[in-house]
Design a protein around this ligand. Structure first.
Ligand code: ADP
Ligand code: MG
Length: 292
């Protein structure tokens, strides 16, 4: 596992990138809605370090870790293979805690996006495997984000790796995760409306098998793999009600792109405001531009 001093060094680079707004000293593997995925060491990454929004206290970090552990356990029980993941934390200068989910870096040719891009039988089997897993595993209690960008083939086996957002509900149907971490990167005035009107819908989608596979299909457009939508729809056929159609996939893609595009635009505007007017450090690294 990544040594403690290396993680502290990585965090200091992140801090420097936040202050300067320049992330070129970091090897960014992915900008998520919640986490920033950094490859470490920069030159030849061994670890994928997924940095969450900072936590105020160690009690909050403990609660997060417990939820993640519970999620990993239930996925294991339901037969989903997950890339080994450990949670690490390191102090931030302002006294808060930076929490990282750390995994080994998977070779890029093992990532599902690349496997499908190579095509053939393996691509078809992989997509079929994701559909089977989503339809078998997802329910009111356990959610999955089954987009292609969250899977890999490890030793030939379908493996899920996007676990930083544990999609787990308690017996009363409420999210186990403190969903405030979704809101941390939004300007304060927007948090209440997003919490109330946007978030419940987003969370619900991950808990309905039909919308999870719809999202998988729609996301193929973003990955430039539209040609594979038919394969997913064929694998889903007869297993969801009402059936999925091409038209629904495209309209879902457009509405999803609008939602996330809007959130991204809001963050950019807030960053500009914080930096130029308030003269503060904006505490997140945003992607340069997301292709939709
Ligand atoms: N263990 C890993 N090895 C290699 N690349 C990874 C790994 N984990 C994540 N990535 C890359 O970073 C992207 C985002 O990571 P992910 O875990 O899906 O988080 P999120 O979608 O919440 O940002 C992935 O699609 C993948 O390209
Ligand atoms: Mg992901």
């Amino acid at each position: 596992m990544i040594p403690t001093d290396e993680l502290a060094l990585l965090e200091s680079r992140v801090q420097r990138a936040l202050c300067s707004g320049d992330d070129s000293a970091l090897r960014v593997l992915g900008y998520g809605e919640i986490s920033l995925v950094i490859g470490w060491p920069r030159e030849s990454p061994r670890w994928a370090c997924k940095r969450l929004p900072t936590f105020a206290s160690s009690a909050d970090a403990d609660a997060y870790t417990e939820t993640l552990d519970a999620y990993l356990e239930v996925l294991d029980r339901r037969g989903v293979r997950v890339a080994p993941t450990t949670v690490r934390r390191t102090a931030v200068p302002d006294g808060r805690l930076a929490v990282y989910c750390v995994q080994e870096v998977l070779p890029s040719d093992s990532l599902a996006v690349e496997v499908v891009a190579r095509g053939g039988r393996t691509a078809r089997d992989l997509l079929g495997g994701i559909v089977d897993t989503a339809l078998e595993v997802v329910d009111d209690h356990v959610g999955l984000d089954a987009q292609l960008s969250n899977w890999a083939l490890m030793e030939g086996q379908l493996t899920y790796f996007d676990v930083t957002t544990p999609l787990l509900r308690g017996p009363d149907g409420s999210e186990r995760l403190d969903t405030e971490i979704f809101l941390a990167s939004l300007p304060p005035v927007l948090r209440a409306p997003v919490r109330r009107f946007v978030l419940p819908g987003i969370m619900e989608r991950y808990h309905r098998p039909r919308s999870v596979v719809l999202d998988l299909s729609a996301n193929l457009i973003k990955e430039d793999l539209e040609g594979w939508i038919g394969t997913v729809l064929a694998a889903v056929e007869g297993r969801v009600d009402p059936p999925l159609s091409d038209a629904e996939v495209y309209s879902d893609y457009r509405s999803d792109a609008r939602t996330w595009g809007l959130l991204q635009a809001v963050r950019r505007a807030d960053r500009l405001w914080q930096r130029k007017v308030r003269r503060r450090t904006y505490p997140f690294l945003l992607p340069a531009r997301i292709q939709r």
